[in-house]
Design a protein around this ligand. Structure first.
Ligand code: FES
Length: 309
């Protein structure tokens, strides 16, 4: 796809628009979905789609300029210019909107507003009940401010600076949410921790989180074999290696990106064996089914793990 435009959305947040080089329609996508942007420096980064799901001529993603960038946002901001052609994968969705909910409560922090804004557009489109609580550090860092202002009192923006640096009170927000509502949160790690603490007593199927990083250590204990069902190859995973690293060491490349179990790029079907799940994407039910796994971070509880590779 070609990078066709870069627009300012807020301080340190730009919107990047990609259109197919050949003018064909883009693949349909749902609220909460992201694309994989393959950068010329070899990195692959996931960015949430922020344009309307009705649009089929382009993808638009919101990207925050990260001062601690590992090469993703700094490349997009400093080296990428309009007109550049890039490989774009997806769309994929690890943060699905449950459209049957009677009421939806959305919580966003900073750049975490991007998948949440996508959900707001969808909920508006289908006329469902929703409310948004969006925290930013400074007013100038509030993305989609004009659009959100048109949504009236369903939108609650908390600017830390205007409260003497105090962060949004997630416990107080969640306490008022009806028991049948679904709740969604995307933001920095401390915000997600507060959200998880506040929602602990609610049914798991009604609580949804999108993460940028993982605090769970990867599985790196050795002593098991990985068999590749399609080629018949067998790889012994060495001490300290993840499955992804073990396969790479044998010249077997599987798509990957975050290598922390938060993006879903490396999801692989399990033919047999018992994975040791360490990702932040699969639900407890999906993990218990042993049908699929993220091989960048998860290991094996069985001596042999057969993967659909
Ligand atoms: Fe992101 Fe495995 S590479 S989940």
């Amino acid at each position: 796809m070609r990078l066709t435009a870069i627009h300012y959305a807020a301080d340190s947040i730009n919107l990047f628009e990609f259109r197919p080089v050949n003018g064909s329609p883009v693949a349909a996508f749902e609220a909460g979905a992201h694309i994989d942007v393959h950068l010329p420096n070899g990195l692959v980064r996931q960015y949430s789609l922020v344009n309307s799901q009705d649009e089929r001529h382009r993808y638009v993603v919101g990207v925050k300029r990260d001062p601690n960038s590992r090469g993703g946002s700094s490349y997009l901001y400093e080296r990428l210019s309009v007109g550049t052609v890039l490989k774009v994968g997806g769309p994929r969705n690890n943060f699905r909107l449950h459209e049957s909910a009677a009421h939806t409560v959305l919580l966003a922090g900073g750049i975490g507003v991007t998948p949440i804004w996508s959900m707001v557009q969808r909920l508006e489109r289908i006329g469902h009940s929703w409310e948004l609580h969006y925290a930013t550090r400074r007013r100038s860092e509030t993305a989609f401010a004009e659009e959100l202002a048109r949504c009236g009192d369903r939108v609650h923006i908390h600017v830390d600076d205007e409260f003497g640096g105090a962060v949004m009170d997630i416990g107080a927000i969640v306490a008022k949410v009806p028991s049948t509502a679904h709740l969604y949160c995307c933001g920095p790690a401390p915000m997600l921790a507060s959200f998880e603490a506040a929602t602990r007593s609610r049914p798991r199927g009604q609580v949804h989180v999108e993460r940028f990083s993982s605090s769970t250590p990867v599985a790196s204990s050795a002593g098991y074999l990985v068999e590749l069902a399609r080629s018949g190859k067998v790889v012994a995973i060495a001490p300290g290696q993840t499955i992804l690293e073990g396969l790479r060491a044998h010249g077997i490349n599987v798509p990957s990106s975050c290598e922390q179990g938060v993006c879903g790029s490396c999801e692989t079907k399990v033919v047999s064996g018992i994975p040791d799940h360490r990702d932040m994407i699969l639900s407890e039910e999906e993990k218990a089914s042993h049908r699929t796994m993220m091989i960048c971070c998860s290991g094996s509880k069985s001596d042999v793990l057969v993967l659909d590779l």
